[in-house]
Design a protein around this ligand. Structure first.
Ligand code: NAX
Length: 325
């Protein structure tokens, strides 16, 4: 059966890196036809039409159609997968409250549109920043959709952490299991190697604590800024790749012998207040994410997790005060 995939911010740089991969079958596999529903603001529609022309020119056998909208209700009608990429970036002089408010104006109505018309099995991934809190806003505006269908992306952080640890230990990323990103997709996030193994050995035995504190954690957390500095533009292809990884694993399931990271609605696990959309170690089975349970959290990790979760609590309080949720 054809799957409707709605992508917002379709004319942006992540959109450009994402749409061709979805249309080629990398999101949902080689047997699933897709129909793309693209949402842009009116000024972005023409560029989205240009991208749609290029998608046509690829003659992807799985791509059944492309529709372009500047209206959220229409764009999310019948959506089975919704990738919320478009967001309001922070401009010069903008305070955090202004940023949250501007994004509330986007993600609240998009949540309502998902509630009104998306398919019963809709799965939502928020990429647009501040991703966790934008996802929370959208989820709170979609009371008829199960809360666990709203997620935010920390898979890029997860992949960055895999790659840094592989480089440090001289191994391949395929030899690393059970790495975790905890908390917010922001500079406070905590990439945790204490449950990870590298070629079967505990990662913590292979690297020094000083490397973790002084290099690994800051490098992963600040990688986005380093990419901007080097490339003159923010991460795009790697962000699109992570979005593909997140949704593909959500739909198709994760390997039983490892886990990945995703920001999902907390059920109170690991002391993360219920209802926050926070990154956890997760597995996907039967089309649903579940938090990996029973991990021992030492004092070092506890402090780092708590710091990032406090930031999420503050963001939730801020959007509550603004009347956005
Ligand atoms: P661009 O500025 O290239 O594209 C954003 C697009 O969204 C624009 O075409 C704009 O017209 C559109 N847009 C804005 N408001 C919209 C609305 N209400 N409805 C539909 N479309 C709308 O940004 P890009 O580099 O593609 O990044 C998109 C978002 O991803 C940003 O918020 C960015 O911060 C975020 N990121 C999140 C990451 C993550 O790991 N969660 C990593 C990469 C990226 O930084």
């Amino acid at each position: 059966m054809t799957v409707n995939v709605t992508v917002t911010g379709a004319a942006g740089q992540i959109g450009y890196a994402l749409l061709f991969r979805i249309a080629s079958g990398q999101l949902l596999g080689p047997d699933t036809p897709v129909r793309l529903r693209l949402l842009e603001i009116p000024q972005g529609v023409k560029a989205a039409e240009g991208t749609a022309m290029e998608l046509d020119d690829c003659a992807f056998p799985l791509l059944e159609g492309i529709d372009i909208f500047d209206d959220a209700t229409q764009a999310f009608a019948g959506a089975n997968v919704a990738l919320l990429v478009g967001a309001r970036p922070r401009s010069k002089g903008m305070e955090r409250g202004d940023l949250l408010e501007a994004n509330g104006g986007i993600f609240g109505p998009q949540g309502e549109a998902i509630n009104a018309g998306a398919a019963d099995d809709v799965r939502v991934l928020v990429v647009g920043n501040p991703a966790n809190t934008n996802a929370l806003i959208a989820q709170r505006h979609a009371p008829d959709v199960p809360a666990d269908r709203f997620t935010a992306m920390t898979r890029l952080d997860h992949n960055r952490a895999l790659s840094q640890l592989a480089k440090k230990t001289g191994t391949s990323v395929s030899e690393i299991t059970n790495l975790t990103i905890w908390g917010n997709h922001s500079a406070t996030q905590y990439p945790d190697v204490f449950h990870a193994t590298v070629a079967g050995k505990p990662a913590a035995d292979l690297v020094e604590t000083s490397w973790l504190e002084d290099e690994f954690i800051p490098t992963v957390a600040k990688r986005g800024a380093a990419i901007i500095e080097a490339r003159g533009a923010s991460s795009a292809a790697s962000a699109a790749n992570a979005a593909i990884d997140h949704v593909r694993d959500w739909v198709a399931g994760t390997a039983a012998d490892s886990w990945t990271s995703a920001a999902i609605v907390s059920d109170g696990s690991y002391g993360v207040p219920e209802g926050l959309i926070s990154s956890f170690p997760v597995r996907s089975a039967g089309g649903a994410w579940e938090i990996v349970q029973g991990l021992e959290i030492d004092e070092f990790s506890r402090g780092k997790i708590d710091a990032s979760v406090s930031e999420l609590v503050e963001e939730r309080e801020a959007v509550q005060k603004l009347g956005l949720i």
